[in-house]
Design a protein. Structure first.
Length: 384
């Protein structure tokens, strides 16, 4: 059964503006299924199929000439394709091509170099709470195979297999030669430090590699959408600000697997990393939805050396919106948000917690569930 995705409106908008749309996202988030569902009239070339890869490599010009609407899946497997696409689109400006890929333009440099000005970019995240129930997404992770496949995949079996394929096949195919054991150790260390300030020297010391090697591996993890480095927000406040990013495994299912947390609510809530897990889940949901509505949206955190902080500072529709994320509402979280809003001269802020409903708790501050806060922030939530 196909499940509609709320990213469809953004995809169609980009196709009206650009001859090529590059649809990116972590492996197995459903890019291929989404593209087939949203664009049934398009021809498809899947470069994971060796025959299709060879055909496009040897007869690319002929294939492009024959197809007015084309989806090319796993496009990063054939970097030589991008200059060919540029010349083809320059000759046939009414043609439409959708490229699907599991690596960012920063990693696949030829995408941005060869197709500059000719392609729009769309990142497809995992399943949103606007598309299915929140609790199982948080506990098991938000990959479609864990919720929408029949028979439904088990996170205990599927997530380890996913990580093994990602580390042993996907990253080497991008041209990076790094020990999979070293990468899984680094991922485990990131999971245990989830949501904390990224200390590259400390991570490198534990792995027996230098600062630059750790940074390089994290660049790959970030460029393949597995890890998020949330950058600090800088403002001229006359205060000493934290300047290193916070680091997160983006999918909570992968996080729970790396931490050895059973995939049930009772075990998760009893774990010391439950708060970091909930924070991760909320950040990913909010940021992914924000970028569907405002492609220029940016995400930061804010922290001074004296401890004034906010978990997520969202730059959205020209406004800076502070969002605290806590499993339960407390006077301390309200005061922290209020102080941060004062420092940054912001008129409104939100606290996301696990209780239902939404309430005004201080002037300019509203607290409620993730679904209610998302409903306040985004037009897309009202359409879903």
């Amino acid at each position: 059964m196909l499940h509609p995705r709320i990213a469809q409106a953004r995809l169609m908008s980009l196709l009206k503006q650009f001859p090529i749309v590059t649809l990116l996202g972590l492996r197995q988030v459903g890019k291929s299924t989404f593209a087939r569902w949203a664009l049934p009239e398009f021809d498809i070339f899947d470069l994971e199929n060796p025959t299709a890869l060879l055909r496009l490599e040897t007869d690319g010009e002929i294939i492009l000439e024959q197809s007015k609407k084309l989806i090319i899946d796993e496009a990063q497997r054939l970097p030589s394709l991008f200059p060919l696409l540029r010349s083809h689109i320059d000759r046939h400006q009414t043609r439409k091509i959708v490229l699907l890929g599991s690596a960012s333009p920063k990693l696949v440099k030829k995408i941005s170099e060869s197709l500059a000005g000719r392609t729009g970019f769309l990142e497809l995240g995992c399943i949103s709470i606007l598309e299915t129930n929140q609790e199982p997404l948080w506990i098991k992770g938000a990959f479609p195979r864990l919720h929408w496949s029949r028979p439904m995949a088990s996170p205990e079996d599927w997530l380890p297999a996913f990580l093994r394929t990602y580390l042993e096949q996907d990253i080497p195919q991008l041209g990076f030669r790094i020990s999979s054991q070293k990468m899984i150790r680094l991922l485990s260390m990131v999971a245990h430090a989830q949501g904390s300030i990224c200390n590259l020297s400390e991570l490198g010391g534990s792995l027996g590699i230098d600062y630059h090697s750790v940074s390089h591996i994290l660049d790959i993890f970030e460029g393949t959408f597995l890890v998020r480095r949330l950058q600090p927000y800088f403002a001229n406040l006359g205060k000493r600000l934290v300047k290193s990013p916070k680091i997160y495994i983006r999918d909570t299912g992968i996080l729970h697997h790396l931490l050895g947390i059973p995939f049930n609510k009772k075990a998760l809530l009893a774990h010391p990393k439950a708060g970091a897990s909930f924070e991760t889940f909320c950040i990913e949901q909010i940021v992914n939805l924000a970028r569907l509505e405002d492609p220029a949206a940016e995400a930061f955190f804010f922290r001074t050396q004296t401890g004034v902080e906010v978990d997520l500072l969202l730059k959205f529709d020209g406004e800076l919106i502070p969002i605290e994320i806590k499993m339960s509402l407390s006077a301390q979280s309200i005061e922290r948000l209020e102080r941060a809003m004062g420092y940054l001269s912001l008129r409104r802020g939100f606290i996301v917690h696990m209780a239902a409903g939404l309430a005004d708790i201080r002037r300019g501050i509203r607290a409620g569930s993730l679904a209610q806060v998302i409903s306040c922030l985004f037009r897309i939530a009202k359409k879903a």
